[in-house]
Design a protein around this ligand. Structure first.
Ligand code: CAA
Length: 283
């Protein structure tokens, strides 16, 4: 199936990154969020990253203008009726995603594919909210989206072969390398990454090391580009907690229990980089 108009729900750090790579690959993009200020901020972020690419000589000013010209912003879900393929990148909360998929199912044309950028909610459960479960799939981008090469494609039990093929080919068109995960809580990426981050928080909680020492061990000892606590701040501590809860509930296994310190930070509104404070301070 050929995708021409690509919709993105959510203009936050994941949504605007996805809109940027889609528009860069030549697709017409509709970037939707609930408020004008959110879509304006998302578009500003894209413009500033593209401006840096022009400064670095990685892109011409003409190409930048063409990419920006392919992105339309929207605050009404009805605008998504024009899209052949929609990726939902809203807050990682089941009731929000479920309602969005119900609404998109009634708004979008019958041939449109509805993908979720969920980091851990089972795709089968999201698909069951719609009357087109064969056209629902997981398309999980990594943060920062323009830089990270992976797209984790998650095939739910009802996902059709055509939906899978279209999503796989679209990931390649975006310049990414897709990897296939079956539909289990956390999929592959967060089944492995999040328990590591959670264990780093336990190390801080138990006083095994300071935040700096924990991150230094993993950066210099394991060659990770960032330490796990700095990475948690980049991802968002609320997102990390939500993923741990999905793993814990999904497997009913105590090895996935979220560290109480992680919960305490989230309850205090220390959500990481986006709120100015997490394990580190961002002024
Ligand atoms: N948006 C766009 N471009 C960005 C960017 C952003 N937010 N942050 C950095 N970049 C670009 C820089 O402009 C720079 O580009 P050039 O090479 O053209 O100059 C390049 O990325 C490298 O950046 P820096 O030199 O500033 O810094 P760095 O080398 O330390 O790289 C990093 C920064 C790419 C974030 C790197 O530290 C990294 O790979 N960290 C790990 C990220 C990671 O693990 N992401 C996955 C998180 S899990 C997830 O997203 C899924 C989930 O479900 C939780």
């Amino acid at each position: 199936m050929e995708v021409k108009v690509f919709g993105v729900i959510g203009a936050g750090q994941m949504g605007n990154g996805i809109a940027q790579v889609a528009a860069t690959s030549g697709l017409q993009v509709i970037m939707n969020d609930i408020k004008d200020e959110f879509v304006d901020r998302g578009l500003k972020n894209i413009a500033s990253i593209l401006a840096k690419n022009v400064e670095k000589g990685k892109m011409s000013a003409q190409d930048r203008d063409a990419v920006l010209g392919r992105i339309k912003t929207s605050t009404s879900l009805k605008d998504l009726s024009a899209a052949d393929f929609v990726v939902e990148a809203a807050t990682e909360k089941e009731p929000i995603k479920f309602q969005l998929f119900k609404d998109l199912d009634s708004i979008c044309g019958p041939g449109a594919i509805l993908a979720s950028n969920t980091s851990s909610i089972p795709i089968g459960r999201i698909a069951a909210q719609t009357k087109r479960p064969g056209k629902v799939i997981g398309m999980h981008f990594m943060n920062p989206v323009p830089v990270m090469k992976l797209v984790e494609v998650i095939r739910g039990l009802p996902t059709s072969e055509e939906t899978f093929k279209t999503t796989w080919e679209l990931s390649v068109k975006f310049g990414k390398t897709p990897a296939l995960s079956n539909d289990f809580p956390g999929f592959i990426a967060n089944r492995i990454l999040m328990p590591m981050i959670n264990e780093a928080v336990f190390c801080l909680y138990h006083g095994v090391g300071t935040r700096e020492d924990i991150d230094t061990v993993m950066r210099l000892g394991m060659n990770h580009p960032m330490g796990p606590l700095a990475l948690a701040d980049l991802i968002g501590l609320d997102t990390c907690l939500a993923i741990m809860e999905t793993l814990y509930d999904g497997f009913c296994d105590s090895k996935y229990r979220p560290c109480p310190l992680l919960r305490k930070y989230v309850e205090a509104g220390w959500l990481g980089k986006k709120s100015g404070r997490g394990f580190y301070e961002y002024l």
